[in-house]
Ligand binder design. Sequence first.
Ligand code: C5P
Length: 218
Amino acid sequence: MKFWLVVPAAGSSQRFGGDQPKQFLCIDGISVLTHTLNRFLSHPDLLGVQVVLPRGQSAPDDLPSDSRIQSCTGGDTRRDSVLAGCLALTHRGAADTDRVLVHDAARPLLPRADIDALLQALTQSAAYLVAPVADTLRDHQGQTLDRDGIHRVLTPQGAELAQMIKALEQGPQGLTDEAAYLLQAGVETQAVVGDGINQKITWPRDLALAQALMSEVT
Ligand code: C5P
């Protein structure tokens, strides 16, 4: 299935810290953003990519030179950034029923098999990648949760472009992933179990972990 891609890269990395947002730091001399984009650029069904950058910041020098990539400016929240990317795709001629995937710039460990599993699911409904929870989970009151009934939510997450835009425009601020907006809007949305290696770089040590795992991901 042909698809468009939005890569939100406009976050300020408050939890990671440092001078530069984590998505612009390098692993083996290549920016995290470019590692992430490279996971998709070799996909034969990719129509175009919208990279969403922080206000006032240009793309890293090593952004792949590929005519399918364009960039735009993000907003104060992830929702605003993803919405800006989706709206930019409509201006590039994407149709309402075209599928759009949203994938965090900070997740460079995405296996191709997971992209394909998600695209397969998108032939039926909106969909998003998840992974099983390994640890025991307990809430702050000491109540142990049934981990078999819980997933870790990953990206990519996808839907028809118009569905995604409507869900983001009409939903509240503050939800932290697109599937939450789609579900809240009443859009049928399925979870697809993917490979838990697709971790988000969040804290400084995640960069070293991503570097160590990079060659494990095909
Ligand atoms: O902060 P967090 O790690 O949850 O961000 C996930 C992704 O969303 C990152 O790639 C980040 O750059 C992006 N983001 C964004 N605009 C924001 C906040 C986050 O594009 N305002």
